[in-house]
Design a protein around this ligand. Structure first.
Ligand code: 5GP
Ligand code: MN
Length: 342
């Protein structure tokens, strides 16, 4: 669904006014689109006079904490009671950038048994949330793009100022890998035009996100590429795995391995990439594919995960070596399909 019916916008317009209390939620391990769309929505609703709170399941990376309003975001793993309190007071909840309650991790308990009105704004396939209103379109680049469309549909595009535009730009920029994927629709660029017209500083925003890492992270990237990249040319697949010891050796901080999964594609002919990160009690996996190969199905079927056709993630409760072996076996099994990707 790309557009919501006029009647819905009319209803929403009536509702999104004082004294309504709104809570915004987004997924575990929040990324640039999660935080960007949340803060864009936050500043818009604040402008509308709504009382707004925001909550995420766990911490988000340092390269997003410069964003205005980021310090207002409640982190459930540290401020669980406060999040529950806000949810109890809320008249309306926006669920941003996720398609099933499991993506809220432990924070999903705050919605259990709640009868608060929920609106889902998301771009993942097959939303499974029992929201009262679902504004979902998997063709768009990002949830931030949908937030722009929602504001536009409400007739409030004039309320988008530099601050809101910058937040939405972060969402679009990060979810498209700086316009290198998920960004072939002209509409995405029309929206970016709208954001540029609001006076965003595109280059500074880029630098605040991508030139804001620690030296340790840069060296971890170097180590990952030099020592840990495994290339399997016959299956056009490459992957990187990192143990907890390796992460500790490089003083790993939240978000340090974000984006690592895209590097294997720089090797000619690679169509499938994966990143295995050993966590305390599980292995977190990122998957990427090119073309029509649905890596989200593989993530869902074999690694308790999901995501988009070309960008997905999952978890394994087996050890790192077993998890990698399982992935290698699957890649071998799907070799014909992978080899037919243009
Ligand atoms: P990333 O690899 O950047 O963490 O995630 C890529 C995509 O996969 C995102 O759209 C994210 O929402 C989705 N994703 C990542 N991990 C999981 C997971 O454990 N479960 C599900 N359902 N989706 C995931
Ligand atoms: Mn997204």
């Amino acid at each position: 669904m790309t557009a919501l019916p006029e009647e819905i916008y009319r209803k929403l317009k009536k509702v999104l006014a004082p004294p309504i209390r709104v809570t915004l939620l987004t997924h575990i391990n929040p990324d640039g689109d999660a935080i960007g769309s949340m803060l864009g929505m936050y500043w818009f609703l604040v402008k509308k006079g709504c009382q707004v709170s925001m909550a995420v399941p766990n911490d988000f990376p340092h390269f997003l904490d410069w964003m205005e309003g980021a310090d207002q975001i409640l982190v459930f793993s540290k401020q669980g009671a406060k999040v529950k309190e806000e949810l109890q007071k809320a008249d309306l909840v926006f669920c941003l950038d996720f398609n099933e309650p499991g993506r809220l991790g432990k924070m999903k308990q705050v919605l259990e048994g709640s009868d608060v009105t929920m609106i889902l704004v998301d771009h993942h396939p097959e939303p499974e949330c029992t929201a009262d209103l679902i504004f979902s379109d998997q063709e768009v680049s990002s949830t931030a793009e949908l937030v722009y469309q929602l504001i536009e549909g409400l007739g409030d595009v004039e309320l988008i100022d530099t601050l809101i535009a910058t937040c939405l730009y972060v969402g679009i920029m990060t979810d498209t890998g700086c316009f290198s994927f998920n960004s072939s629709r002209p509409r995405t660029f029309e929206i970016v035009e709208g954001l540029l017209l609001r006076g965003i500083d595109k280059d500074r925003t880029f630098s605040l996100v991508y030139d804001n890492y620690s030296e340790d992270r840069m060296r971890l990237l170097g180590y990952s590429l030099e020592q840990k990249l495994v290339v399997i040319p016959e299956h056009r697949t490459a992957y990187i795995s990192l143990t907890r010891d390796e992460l500790m050796r490089f003083n790993h901080a939240k978000g340090d391995t974000e984006g690592f999964v895209n590097y294997p594609f720089s090797v000619s002919n690679i169509r499938i990439s994966a990143l295995f990160i050993e966590r305390k009690d599980h292995i977190k996996i990122s998957f990427r594919s090119k073309g029509d190969f649905p890596i989200n199905s593989l993530a869902a079927q074999f690694f308790n995960g999901g995501g988009h056709k070309n960008a997905a993630g999952g978890e394994s409760y087996e050890d790192l070596a077993v998890t990698i072996k399982k992935f290698e076996n699957l890649i071998e099994q799907y070799s014909d399909e992978i080899n037919s990707i243009p």
